[in-house]
Design a protein around this ligand. Sequence first.
Ligand code: CA
Length: 227
Amino acid sequence: MPHILIVEDEAAIADTLVYALQAEGFTTTWLQLAEAALELQQRSPADLLILDVGLPDISGFEACRRLRRFSEVPVIFLTARDAEIDRVVGLEIGADDYVIKPFSPREVAARVRAILKRLLPRTEAAATAMQSGPFQLDAERVRIDYHGQPLSLTRHEFRLLQTLLGQPERVFSREQLLDALGVAAESGYERNIDSHIKSLRAKLRQVAADTEAIQTHRGLGYSLRLV
Ligand code: CA
C-alpha cells in the first residue's frame, strides 16, 4: 500500500485527510512540523507528501526546497490562499500538484491516486536505484541493502530479489522467476528457484531475524513483503 505523509499543523484538516486516504487504502502518517517530516522522509521515505504551506516551524515551500536536495518524492501543497503566487512558486520548486483550502478530502485522495499512477511506469523503467521499504536497490552497482546493511548476494539471488522488489506483494510463479534469471523453464530448474529463495531468505534473516520478507504461496510461487 502506498504510504502518504501528511504535514499539516491543523488537526481537524489532517484528520479528514487521514480518513479519506485510509478509506482509499493508503497508509498514512501525520506530522505537524516540517523539520520532523524532512527527518522522517530521510529515514523512512513515504511515497507521496501532502505539505501545508503555512506550517509553524518552516514554510511548506522551504521544506520542499530542502526535500528536493535528497528526494524526488511527489509533493502536493495545501495552500490557504487562492493566490497565483503560491501556485507558481509551488510548482517551480518541484511540487506535483496543489490544493486550495477548503478542499474536499476525497478530491485530494483522487489526486494522490492520479499522481502515483502517473509516476508508476516511470519509476519502474528507471529503477536503477530505488528505496522500497527496508530495501535499497542499486542496480548499477548490483547491490541491495536491507535495513541499511549490504547483502552479499550471488548473481541469481540478486536478480530474484530485484524482480520481487519490482512489484512488492505480487505473486511471481517459479516460471516467471526463471524468466527473470534468463534460465529456460525446464522442470529441474523450477526446484532450483526454491533453493535460491532458501538461501536468499537465510541472508535476509541474518539482517532481520524475526521477519519473513519473502512469502511462499503454495502452488503459486513467491512474493515480497516490504518488512
Ligand atoms: Ca497551516
